[in-house]
Design a protein around this ligand. Structure first.
Ligand SMILES: C[S@@+](CC[C@H](N)C(=O)[O-])C[C@H]1O[C@@H](n2cnc3c(N)ncnc32)[C@H](O)[C@@H]1O
Length: 277
């Protein structure tokens, strides 16, 4: 019998899953072996135990450029130029490498500088030129440095702005405590919701990246809502886990979009950027 006809005949019978099993097994085994190889390389080569850093795949970087272009209504070529700016900022890169190498928690941090989706945060700040950015959740301060670098560039072009970075951990933000980046950063230690409640300036760009429980994320957006400047942007780092910002956008009459990043050469599935505007 013709092999194609035979395959079609088997596909109509209960034997079909058994016949397809070897091919299915080979496909999933190839995929899992790749994940295992990447995981083994990471276990040996990286020191990170949370808030992992990695580069984006080329495709994921392209999609991020289009995401920012649509949200900020700027040409995608302009967004790519912003990505180039932060990626070629050698002063920032050297500062992060040096400070990481001397930090108290250096045993749990990688020296290589890898921004992942934070290049999207950078481009959004460059495009939107906010006067006041609030970031909840600082950890080492990688995101704060990236946001501060964008604010410094904006200031050099005549659009000054400041970043309020909030964290409950008094040791957080060691990367963001050096000049010139620290000149535009107000690092506040305490619970994010209490600190948001106490903000006395309108917020042009808000980024949730602290306690990623659904309840806490919602509390932050509820707390910041009355503080938002007209036309302000709300961002979440938790968009691959909850729809809290999507629901907030619907309640408050905003648009909402989500971008899911793809890490290059890493086992971690990646996070994303949710934006309401
Ligand atoms: C994912 S990390 C922040 C990552 C950082 N934005 C970056 O770009 O690398 C989460 C941080 O949130 C902080 N955090 C957790 N609960 C908090 C709360 N209730 N208020 C403020 N910060 C909190 C943690 O101490 C931790 O440093």
């Amino acid at each position: 019998m013709d092999p194609t006809k035979l395959r079609r005949a088997i596909a109509r019978t209960p034997l079909a899953p058994v016949a397809a099993f070897p091919k299915r097994l080979a496909t999933v085994a190839r995929h899992d072996a790749k994940v295992l190889r990447t995981s083994a390389r990471w276990l040996v080569g990286s020191r990170e135990h949370h808030n992992y850093t990695y580069d984006l795949t080329k495709l994921s970087r392209q999609h991020l450029a289009w995401f920012v272009s649509v949200v900020c209504a700027v040409p995608v070529s302009q967004v790519r130029a912003y990505f180039g700016e932060i990626e070629s900022d050698d002063a920032l890169r050297r500062h992060i490498e040096r400070t990481t190498a001397g930090a108290a928690r250096r045993g749990l941090a990688d020296r290589q500088v890898r921004y992942a989706r934070r290049i999207g945060w950078y481009a959004i700040v460059r495009a939107a030129r906010p006067a006041h950015v609030v970031e909840t959740g600082v950890d080492k301060g990688l995101g704060s440095c990236v946001l501060a670098a964008a604010l410094l560039r904006n200031a050099a072009e005549g659009h000054p702005g400041r970043l309020t970075s909030l964290d409950i951990n008094p040791e957080a933000g060691y990367l963001a405590r050096s000049e010139p980046w620290s000149a535009v950063v107000d690092l506040v230690i305490g619970d994010s919701v209490a600190t948001i409640d106490a903000l006395d300036r309108p917020v042009d760009l808000f980024l949730h990246d602290s306690d990623h429980s659904r309840a806490h994320e919602k509390r932050e957006f509820d707390a910041v809502e009355p503080k938002m400047a007209p036309g302000g942007l709300l961002l979440t780092d938790n968009v691959t886990h909850t729809n809290v910002l999507g629901e907030h956008a619907e309640r408050t009459g905003r648009r909402f979009l989500a971008y899911r990043e793809t890490p290059a050469r890493h086992w971690y599935p990646g996070d994303g950027i949710g934006v309401a505007w």
